[in-house]
Design a binder for this molecule. Structure first.
Ligand SMILES: [Zn+2]
Length: 382
């Protein structure tokens, strides 16, 4: 067996697809972090840029009830994103995509945030039978993105809500500093990819079309025609997980569910499948490595956490709950776990088109027509 190489700075190892190490044994994800950290240093220049951006957002919504859309799951990042948008004097419209797996504690957090921050909430939901079919198809497709339906639902929902209310900005609570950037072979997302999986393992119907708004014609409509922009808020503000939780507990009566992704009851199951099928793929690993680089956690504590997580597997109760809701027998789930792992490269996607559009994509990221660090995701850590 080949011995795995562990990065000397973070906690990623050679099982991460596409990872490389320099002569000091530092991994390519650490190098990417440093590059982005330089681009988005929280200095006075960045602050000025952000102030200009805030003004633009406010002006864009001058004649509108809202000036930005903020997705809200009830978890840490999205709730803080909404809180910050409000604190910065923006007029956000919160939107919640109901993925059918929202936990009771997350629902309470959403209600409290909406009430305390005095913002409107737009809910986006789809019939459970469709959601169930999407999840079943993604599991049968043997891909590492077990949460693909939810990600398509959130991104599509944000665009739909922005277009419906003529809002020009979508605020995201994601950042390379707290979440890291997953390699493409562990995490890929586009509208053609989702449709191909549904076509092969589910049913491509008008419901799917209405759900998935990430196809080329849809993106053209939202990004080019309507000019909807996406801002990754944590790139511009101080963002420390521990203090964020304390602020929200105090200001919003927000409750922490005790673990990462506590807002979704599907996550532990999805993580279990990903870990079983894709060696070294742990849904929290890339984020943990990011927290080490951002000095929110020591490398030792992160390594201890990985070891502790490895020795406390997901409970059978959590596995059975999701398996039964999705209508799989124990044997069918075993077949899914045993089937050879695949990636986006095994399906029809827009990737070949995107790879030919490096410069336009770079320009779109700069203009915030696409999330700013998407270029790095697509072209640095495949
Ligand atoms: Zn590293």
């Amino acid at each position: 067996m080949i011995k795995k190489q562990l990065c000397n700075r973070c906690v990623l190892d050679s099982r991460v697809p596409g990872i490389t190490f320099d002569q000091q044994g530092i991994c390519s994800h650490c190098a990417l972090h440093d590059k982005l950290d330089k681009l988005y240093t929280l200095n006075s220049q960045n602050k000025k840029k952000f102030e200009t951006l805030l003004n633009k957002i406010k002006i864009s919504g001058k004649n509108n009830k809202y000036d930005c859309v903020v997705g809200l799951s009830g978890g840490v990042d999205s709730t803080y994103c909404l809180y910050t948008a409000k604190r910065l004097g923006l007029r956000p419209l919160a939107f919640h995509y109901d993925n059918g797996w929202c936990t009771a504690i997350a629902k309470k957090n959403i209600e409290k945030a909406i009430r305390k921050l005095d913002v409107d909430l737009e809910k986006v939901e789809f019939p459970w039978e469709d959601i169930k079919m999407f999840h079943r198809a993604c599991l049968q497709a043997s891909i590492p993105e077990t949460c693909l339906p939810c990600e398509v639902g959130i991104a599509s929902g944000a665009y739909k809500v922005a277009a419906k209310y003529n809002i020009k900005y979508i605020m995201l609570g994601t950042s390379f500093r707290t979440e890291g950037i997953n390699p493409l072979r562990w995490h890929y997302l586009d509208g053609a990819y989702f449709n191909d999986i549904i076509k092969k393992f589910g049913q491509l119907t008008s419901a799917t079309k209405n759900f998935n708004k990430l196809t080329m014609p849809d993106l053209f409509k939202y990004i080019v025609v309507k000019g909807i922009k996406t801002i990754q808020l944590p790139l511009y503000i101080e963002y420390n997980n521990q203090s964020i939780k304390a602020i929200m507990e105090k200001e919003l009566d927000w409750e922490y569910g005790g673990k990462i992704h506590f807002d979704c009851s599907y996550k532990p199951f999805g993580g279990y499948v990903e870990k079983q099928k894709f060696g070294g793929r742990d849904p929290g690993l890339i984020a943990l490595a990011a927290l080490v680089r951002s000095k929110e956690m020591t490398r030792e504590a992160a390594l201890e956490k990985i070891q502790a997580d490895d020795s406390t597997p997901v409970s059978q109760k959590d596995i059975d709950y999701c398996r039964q809701r999705l209508g799989f027998s124990t044997e069918e789930l075993q077949d899914i776990l045993k089937s050879p792992p695949k990636t986006f490269l095994d399906y029809s996607t827009y990737y070949s088109v995107f790879s030919k559009l490096r410069l336009p994509i770079k320009a779109c990221c700069k203009m915030k027509l696409l999330p700013e660090t998407l270029y790095e995701k697509f072209f640095t850590v495949v």
